[in-house]
Structures are given as structure tokens and as C-alpha cells.
Ligand binder design. Sequence first.
Ligand SMILES: Nc1ncnc2c1ncn2[C@@H]1O[C@H](COP(=O)(O)OP(=O)(O)OP(=O)(O)O)[C@@H](O)[C@H]1O
Ligand SMILES: Cc1ncc(CO)c(N)n1
Length: 264
Amino acid sequence: MKTALTIAGSDSSGGAGIQADLKTFSALGVYGMSAIVSVTAQNTQGVDDVEDLSPKIIGGQINAIFRDIPVGAVKIGMVSNSAAIRTIAEKLKEFRPKYVVLDPVMVSKSGFDLLKPEARETLIRELLPLATVVTPNLFETERLVGRKVETLEAMRQAAKEIFDMGPESVLVKGGHLEEGPIDIFYDGTQFHQFAGKRIDTNNTHGTGCTLSSAIAAYLAKGLSLADAIQEAKTYIQGAIEHSLPLGHGHGPTHHFYRWFPEGE
Ligand SMILES: Nc1ncnc2c1ncn2[C@@H]1O[C@H](COP(=O)(O)OP(=O)(O)OP(=O)(O)O)[C@@H](O)[C@H]1O
Ligand SMILES: Cc1ncc(CO)c(N)n1
């Protein structure tokens, strides 16, 4: 059985965070495990509150998993604060998983800080260099490079600058790009464009979490990074097409293996 671990925050409404990650792993036939960094009280309308777990229990969860079960790939999502980031970085250096997909979650759709702004530098310094691929959206890309990023050309330039911060590769997500949901990949030698078809829906809660955990699942299943991203893009397209009109805000993506013939 292939396995994957998500290190992220809990979303009580089940559309993003740990819950989206585990649903994605399951839909793709991968056994999912989790280390919870922070608990959010949120729904489709926004985040009401956040409570961070201590570095001791974050590290304890990661220890318990790696000391017992092989981990095919790790996905990292909401990491919340500097102490949590340092603990996670330490554990990754200790256990050396083969693949680390880092989604540098910063602010929720409703504007709530899921990463304390003062912890951004720690994320860049401690976690970016440990990533197989880092998957910022346009807003996070702007925060990482310190200027507006609104075109494909600006995404390419930003991807290069983020690559220089130390990850093995970068996928700048264009879900919020005017030209369409086009993502730009850069691995230090060449660019690749992953294009989707824009689905006109309000139900996009958890799209970033779903994409990054699908990449981790496909890496755990043995696909190359380029193939894992391509398949994950197909998965997120289906999960948005079948997204659910639940709640009064942005409804969640839907995970169901039936739409993905290769799902076991
Ligand atoms: N309406 C849409 N139709 C098709 N694909 C989309 C749409 N919105 C986003 N995507 C795709 O979904 C993936 C996630 O991108 P996005 O930029 O929305 O991430 P995000 O902002 O981190 O998500 P979130 O914060 O909502 O979890 C990308 O591959 C993007 O191209
Ligand atoms: C816990 C959590 N992680 C990530 C996101 C970003 O979608 C969110 N809204 N909540």
C-alpha cells in the first residue's frame, strides 16, 4: 500500500486543510496519515478562530508516524507560526522523506492569517529548501517575491526567484489569473505550463489543498514529478467540476474515485 502524510491545519467544515488532504489521498488509493499543526474553527464563509498545537505534540505526531510506518510522500499545508515551522523542519531533516510537497498557505479566502505574517521569513528560510516542489498561489507568490504578480510572464520570473530560495522546483498556481487557471512550473532548467479549463463556480474552498495533496499522492504512487502534477491538475479539475453547493459561502471540492479511472 502506498502512503502519504499531511502536516497541516484542521478545517472543521471539511473542505480544506487536513480533511481535504485525507479525502484526496483516499480518492487516489493512497493510505493517508496526518500530523495536525493547528485547529481552525471555519466554514465555507470564513475562519472564526485558530488554536495552534504545541511544538511538542506536533513533533510527537511526526515521530510516531515515521518510527512505525513508511511514508511515501509528505504534503505540508498550514503551519501557522515560527515554532511549529522549526519543529517540522527539524523532523524532516531527521526522517528525510523522499518527497515533500509544500503548499505555503498564508491567508484564507476571507482574509484570516493562517500563517502569522512574522513567520513568513521562517517559512522561507526553514521549509522552502526542504521542498521537492513548492506550490504558491498568486497572492502567496506576491508575498514571497515582494511585488505584484498578475501575468504569465510575471509568474515565470517569480518562479525563478522562488527557485533561488532553495526548493527543488516551483509550481506557481494561476487559479486567480485572468487568462485562465494556468499553473507555471520551473525546476531550475525549464518551464512547463499546466493549463486547465476555468469552471465558473463559487465552490472553490480547498482547491489549493486538494492540488498539493494530489501531487503528493501521485508521487507516492511512483509517478515522475511532471506526471504527478499533470495528473493532479486533472484531479482538481474534476473535483471543482463536481464541487458541492454546501454552506452559504465558497462550497468545497468533491473527492470521488469514480471520476478518476486510475483511482484504486
Ligand atoms: N475555477 C477554476 N476552474 C478550474 N481550475 C481552477 C479554478 N480555480 C482554481 N483552479 C486550479 O486549482 C488549483 C488551485 O489553484 P488556486 O490558485 O485556486 O489555489 P489556492 O488559491 O491556493 O486555493 P485555496 O486557497 O482556495 O485552497 C490550480 O491548479 C488552479 O489552476
Ligand atoms: C486549515 C486550512 N488550511 C488551508 C486553508 C487554505 O485553503 C484553509 N482555509 N484552512
